[in-house]
Unconditional design. Sequence first.
Length: 113
Amino acid sequence: MSSANDFYESGNCALAIGELAEAEGEFRKATLADPRYFDAWHALGMVLYKQNKYPEAIEAGLKAVAIEPNDQMGWTSLSIAYMRNGQVPEAEDASAKAKVISWGGKVDKMQKD
């Protein structure tokens, strides 16, 4: 039986050779195997973004930052997905959180709208 990390690594291999749909599937398996696996959620969000699936990328990104609210790259990636989806206020908010973290600050928790 494969572990979440095995699926994650398989997704990275597929991504490295440009197999986006396969990478997406492997990252999804990783998140199912371990729903608290930040890197898998972040990678899933990015591969969805690369496929222009912005609403799904945002959903995965939100799950990632819920797990690791002080991850600068998580907020930056989420900001980019929001922008591509035309959600400018949300993009600006996520970008601001990334900046706070880059300055050494903390995002205590995600705010629910």
